[in-house]
Design a protein around this ligand. Sequence first.
Ligand code: DTR
Length: 354
Amino acid sequence: MKKQWIVLTLAVVSALLYVGCKKTQPQSETAVPADSAKTQPSDVIKLTYANFPPAPTFPCVQMERWKTEVEKRTHGKVAVQTVPGGSLLDAKEMMDGVISGQADIGCLCMAYQPGRFMVTNAAALPLGIPSAKVGSQALWDLYSKYQPKEFADVKVLTMFTSAPANIMSKKPVRTLADIKGMDLRASGEAAQILKAWGANQVGMPMSSTPEALQKGVVQGLFSSVEVMKDFKFAELCKYITMTETNIYPFAVVMNQKKWNALPDDVKTVFEELAVEQCLWTGEYMDNHVQESIDWAKTEQKVEVIELSAEEKAQWNALLESNVDEWIKQAKAAGLPAEDIVDDLKASIATFSLK
Ligand code: DTR
């Protein structure tokens, strides 16, 4: 009898300890219950995610991070098949390809279609965005406030930006005289900036740039400089001129029907990831730019050219009319252009303090 009491007491104590431990364990961030054991392979929601540049580049690194988080937080209820390198949809096909359902999710650079994404491309104006982290947050705020109609046919999963653009070139650019007439690749608002500096801008998506540089169609490019490492542009471009001028905005969009068909708990996971992913990508980008510059300098003997204060003032003066020109065009398109620019300036100031 005594032995039975001891066994019973031990069992009760163990049960109480077990319940206590469970309660003190941290709550997982996911909204999907951890009942993955019950998810049959046939129940798994399979989503394709298309991207245009090659796998090692930052739009694809953020895509892989999103896939990992989604699969983890939904406990395998969702499986994401990522397709980098434009094999499912290319840069300029991305938005329409997602709308029509060729891919369930797609990542696009809005600068490649400046007229289509007028509101969000305002973030690409030379407004002094200092980093990808600040740019990404300012872009998300802009999108959230204005909800531009060009996104009416898709679900926007997140947005982010590149780091500020600099000139990467085969010949050194130290003055405005050096850049005059130089064939340089850029897209969207960045192309307008190159024009204002007197370069001969050549428009094309990033994914077409390696071939253009190799064949000598362009003498360099104007973009965030992590591409020196990720695309090995440092092998051809031995100079970086630091201008830190403007960013390129990106969006990740999902087919509306596919979104509507998702269970609520999965929708919650996606929505909770929107701002987190935007911040994560901004931070990743800023760190990676620094790594890429260090690598280019030490491994590829790239020279980083800093413009003197007087030289920089002359370059900046040439950009003063770019914002006015965008305002004129945006007003003609019926947009509250001045409000958009004022809101952007305010969020850049706020996020720069954080
Ligand atoms: N700066 C834009 C966007 C961009 C920056 N890095 C990458 C890497 C891969 C694709 C696009 C981008 C551009 O120059 O196109």
